[in-house]
Design a protein around this ligand. Sequence first.
Ligand code: ADP
Ligand code: MG
Length: 258
Amino acid sequence: MREHIDIVAENLGKTFSNGTKHLIAIENVAIEVGRGKLFCIVGPSGCGKSTLLRLLIGLLEPTTGKVILDLDRRNKGIAYVQQTASLLPWRTVLQNALLGAELKGPLNSTIVERIKNGIREYGLAGFEQSMPPELSGGMRQKVDIIRAIESRPKILFCDEPFSAIDFVTRLELSTRFKKMCRVHGITTVFVTHNIEEAIFLGDEIVVMSGRPGRIISKYIPALSIGSEDAVKCRESPEFSDLFFKIWKDLGNENSLSH
Ligand code: ADP
Ligand code: MG
């Protein structure tokens, strides 16, 4: 059976103009994301990853090309986790975590319990009544991820959601994150500049060039060992092969010998 495609972008380009100054952020980007797939976008800082994500969500108008999201899925719920957490400062941790579910429909005790569990599982037990300014950047980011995942979106867009989180916690979180996306069949577009994170998470990875961002390569990781565990997967022979391929794609081919 042919795979159902939830997100299509064709010939996508974005130029930012400010008077006579024009900056081509991305050009000629084409992607397809299948239902329930985790699609990773990797690229250097400033190559247009966030711009691409915002075009896919519809927060920015493209200069060229178009984006088509499956209408049924879009109407049943989209979530977006930004690079820096966007919590409401007047709401507690619990109230912020509930926000996504709240916007989808009336809350009941089952949903509240589920989200309280999520808070505990993400290591934030005891902080339910804390206000965002009392939290570290990494803790705020976790609340944002709980808010997004627990709204059980059909399509999830993530912009470097783990970048403020320390390495060890980041491995735990990405394992949990992948599991949640799988269990709930969430179609996910995940932007990162972290090659290893992309190799673990991605059903498919696209690599972008420096600005103007274009897609320069595509990979399907297909890890043979520990594909559901961000630490164990590093034992897969495919992991290091792919790491060095992407490393080269990003223009780092010679830097190891320096
Ligand atoms: P990345 O997320 O890969 O770091 P961005 O998408 O944030 O890259 O930015 C790509 C380029 O587009 C950068 O040079 C940035 O300065 C520029 N840019 C992004 N948003 C805007 C905007 N709203 N107006 C003008 N330039 C922008
Ligand atoms: Mg960015």
